[in-house]
Design a protein around this ligand. Sequence first.
Ligand code: GLN
Length: 247
Amino acid sequence: MKELKILYLYPDILELYGDFGNIQVLQYRLEKRGIRAIIVPYSIGDDAPNFNDYDLVFGGGGADQEQGILAEDLLQYKDNIKQAINNGVFFLLICGSYQLFGKYYKGVEGNIISGLEIFDYYTEALADRKKRCIGNIVIETKLNERKTKIIGFENHGGQTFDVATPFGDVLFGNGNKFGDTQEGFFMDNVIATYLHGPLLSKNPELADYIIKHCLDRKYKDNIILNPLNDEFENKCREQLLSKFLNN
Ligand code: GLN
């Protein structure tokens, strides 16, 4: 039986916006295809993980305070994470996790939280805590050169700058900062995005893209995923895209 090993970062801390749902979707879409999903949580105080031992690393979103709590712990794995990214391990990072893989995150109190500095972008929250990018969002990205709309919900004070390779173009909503035309970060085996939702529940094609990417790398093959019945998901997408893009 094929399997996929997933490292789930700080599930007890980065879980403010329901991003655990992404793990549930991955597990569902793997097991429906007879592929074992091995999900290993890691948080402060646990044995140090070797990020290279995993096929996929997932990190969710959280408030400034939680980011400050875990940043020091995360930074100790900087070299191992860099190595894993260079080795092709897939990283799916949502919002607060996204921010921490850049140079730094400046919180709403003006406090600087050091990032892993793996990517050159940086994030600064506005001093007015009421000024947050909150709402539904639709972006357009390319998955295997095929244009795909990605639907989500954003809730971040952080404004992210200097993103070299964005995840997608904003069709509705804010993006990396207020009124931005671009959202997130995408580079080969790293997708970092502000889209909660949970992201993968609203975008089954993206979930399968990530699953296939990880399986192809692990088994050195061109794995064909049996299609799942996404009728309900696609009906929801039609409704949401019509609501957000056609009004
Ligand atoms: N605390 C960060 C911000 O407000 C990240 C929020 C999140 O993870 N949704 O920008």
